[in-house]
Write a protein that binds this ligand. Sequence first.
Ligand SMILES: Cc1cc2nc3c(=O)[nH]c(=O)nc-3n(C[C@H](O)[C@H](O)[C@H](O)COP(=O)(O)OP(=O)(O)OC[C@H]3O[C@@H](n4cnc5c(N)ncnc54)[C@H](O)[C@@H]3O)c2cc1C
Ligand code: SF4
Length: 536
Amino acid sequence: MRVVVDLTKCQGYAQCAFLAPEAFRMVGDEALMFDPAPSDDQRVKVLRAAAACPVQALQVDMADLPLPPPGETVVAAKGDRLRRDGRIVIVGASLAGLKAAEQLRAEGFSGSLTVIGDEPEEPYDRPPLSKQVQTGFVTSADTTLPRRRDVDAQWRLGVAASSLDLERKRVVLADGAEVEFDRLLVATGVRARPWPVPEEAALDGVFTIRTRGDAAGLRERLMAHPSRVLVIGSGFTGSEMASVCVELGIPVTVAEAGPGPLSGALGGVMGRISAGIMREHGVDLRTHTKVNALQGEDGKVRRAVLSDGTTIEVDVVVVALGGIRNVEWLESAGLAVGVWGLACDAGCRAFTAAGLVTDDVFVAGDVARQPQPMFGYQFLAMEHWGNAVTQAEVAAHNMISGETDRWPHLEMPAFWSLQFGHNIKSVGVPPIADQIAITQGSVESRQFVAAYGYKGRVVGAVSWNQGKWLDFYEQLIEQAAPFPLPYDMTNPPADRTPVPAEFPERTYPGREATVVVTGHDPSERRAVLVRPNRRR
Ligand SMILES: Cc1cc2nc3c(=O)[nH]c(=O)nc-3n(C[C@H](O)[C@H](O)[C@H](O)COP(=O)(O)OP(=O)(O)OC[C@H]3O[C@@H](n4cnc5c(N)ncnc54)[C@H](O)[C@@H]3O)c2cc1C
Ligand code: SF4
């Protein structure tokens, strides 16, 4: 059977670990590790655990449930041709693509559904790839996502969409085939940013980690007991990989160009806390340090030359430098695409390059960039599991709904990470903040919550092993509550004084030219996309 836990919702109460201990395991105080493919003899226990979960965070396979007959669903509008026999195409067969397909069928869409994916596998879950797959709790082949229902789709896997012909409403595939649509969902996500020097990136032992194949290859190499692993970059994935090496007893060096681990996502204060934790665990963390070169022998990586003047012997390198959005196939379609992804409105409808909203192209997941009304309508791209799920559901609903029935995607951004036995969770958008204050618990005990403020209001919160408090902070962010918090909090820290959040100076993609505008008369004015020179 297949299982996935929505760890954005999970509050670590451990009922599942109590009821089905072979499938669910608590790590540290409240972090949950789960087996995404428990054996069938676990079925009853896992179903009991799913029923007992107080926040309904556990999803199991329900693919054998029949599709609802069209017309019996409450929402099926009578005489709605698109809903009854329209053609919907989803490009990107991963989390967002699958969730959209499930939602379409759940809402009574009975037309034809085609899901196109360049990976040969059916949709699988990525977060375990840098966690339980690397520690050996599960294999990378076990990460296939469960289905909430049979989606009755035509799956075209192992073939990429190579372009989009919006005028003829066709997706052109790499094998030359064309697929017609009435509505299209773009869910092509991101790929790992490779090491920028191709000859060095090609050395045996140099890995990125985005796909099942990456994860399986890396796990195999870690099992061969490398003398040292170098992790380049200490965002969430890099930090999780450092944690895995520590757990496996493998010496690890982390090279971080910035001031500390996680400081891009959570700021300098959190960066220092993470750095302390890494070093306590024996990680050779080098901050303000770049990797100048990777050197190999006989095609295998052997050494890394660092900007601090040292050269270290390594036989595995994990490049964790973030992602590149998969939008190249859309470049001639006239849509608002660029390094930031594909821009859309709050209802997930894609914008054209001129900023007009389309009615037949929708976007969801890591590739989407959407205005966030809660954050001054800034366009934000969220590479978060929970965002891919909720955005896909909203996009699917809107694809088959009339103008007045459409939903805005107003979900609060939320993220989790598991590293060094700590459960780190975040809500809101911390990088917007200018200040941070520890509001509950104590940093020394590694059980605390920090609130982030921007110009006197709460915009984000991060918990370490205190996830149960985050719902409260989520409400504060939704209500634009004042910062510093004017409340007496449970378990207050000795010092609640706000300090600078210390986010790095950012080069927002939006600072660069995105379109040039031509024409004089209003009827002639056109926006033409500026194509960045960034193919890699
Ligand atoms: C190692 C790792 C750990 C993570 N850990 C966490 C975590 O702890 N917490 C958290 O909140 N999030 C985490 N994430 C992020 C989370 O997995 C993503 O937010 C989620 O996978 C996004 O889903 P998506 O469907 O939008 O995109 P993706 O999962 O990137 O899927 C896009 C799919 O589209 C395919 N595709 C691309 N171009 C084309 C094309 N032209 N034609 C056809 N198919 C195409 C891709 O190959 C891919 O299969 C992690 C991600 C990784 C890689
Ligand atoms: S909240 Fe649900 S998924 Fe999380 S530990 Fe508790 S029972 Fe398990």
